[in-house]
Write a protein that binds this ligand. Sequence first.
Ligand code: PLP
Length: 360
Amino acid sequence: MIRSVKHISVMSPYALAHLNAPMGKRLFSLSQNESLRPPSPLVAEAAANALRAGHLYPDPDWRELRLALSELHSISKEGILCGNGSMELIASLVQAFTDEQNAVLAPAHAYPFFRTATQMVRARFDVAPEKDRCVSVDALLAAVKPDTRIVFIANPGNPTSTRIPYSELVRLREGLSGDTLLVIDEAYGEFADHLNEHTFDLVERGDSVVLRTFSKAYGLAGMRVGWGLFPPNVAREIRKVMNPNNISAVGQAAAIAALADQAYMIETCEETTSLRDGLRQRLLDAGLDVPESFTNFVLLRMGSPLKARRVDEALRAEGVFLRPQGGAGLADCLRVTIGVADHLNIAGELLENWAKEGLL
Ligand SMILES: *Cc1c(COP(=O)(O)O)cnc(C)c1O
């Protein structure tokens, strides 16, 4: 029987959510950080139109999408690359800039795909401790080694839901040498854009990348469109390893249409953050530990891994699926995606009742 190469055979499969409702129960998925509502109605129309030219390969340079992104964010369109989800961009960065001779560094509770991408190229994966589940620039700088090629952070973080300000990102970049690339994954950036922090400016200073995605605030997780702003030398190298026809014509059309309806996206963010803060308050009132969130999810700190597992199982038995966080080093926590109000209420009420009964 044929075997995969050693560094692949020792990897565990990437853990996505297991979504099987118990017999006779409805499924309430609050597990994948998907948007609480479908994309703008303009998206379905644009995607249907794109299908008419489905016999043709998509634009390999994503010209219309890049132009729209550059205008919206006032950034250079030359520096923009689009990926089959931002996951493709993460994997391509690791592939182009690291190998078994060097290392990737990330905070202890970072997005688990940073590690997966690193294992795929046999580079070493180092972690720096966090402070109260928040990225610590001092700890990252202390953990940098001469062979550290990439530092990844998600800001705001997943699954931590915390963020660090722009001034800390600048301090991190300034503490790194020119041989280390800083990658800031802003998958939840739109939920913090009202804070007006100009992270894209950091890319112009050199040796930094900012990644974004259409999967969260724009509600296009199923279309697989991510993008980023890259310095020219980094963009040139990673294009060599990217799939040259990576985003379908339908995906590109969908992203362009979603971008054109900013009002809809902002409304999604407002609805999400208002439900999020409501749920958080309700759970705090019930005595649960729920840190402040800057994303479309909240983290429940259950106090111990055993408690987290029991609560997760009890919720699953009712058809409510949260996301356990052992993979990110937070086995005592459960992540709750902000879904529609009805679904959140079901989860909120169960947790509240169990707390009242002293079960939590
Ligand atoms: C959801 C998420 C992604 C994945 O984005 P895609 O564009 O769907 O591949 C990347 N990074 C973080 C931190 C995420 O939470």
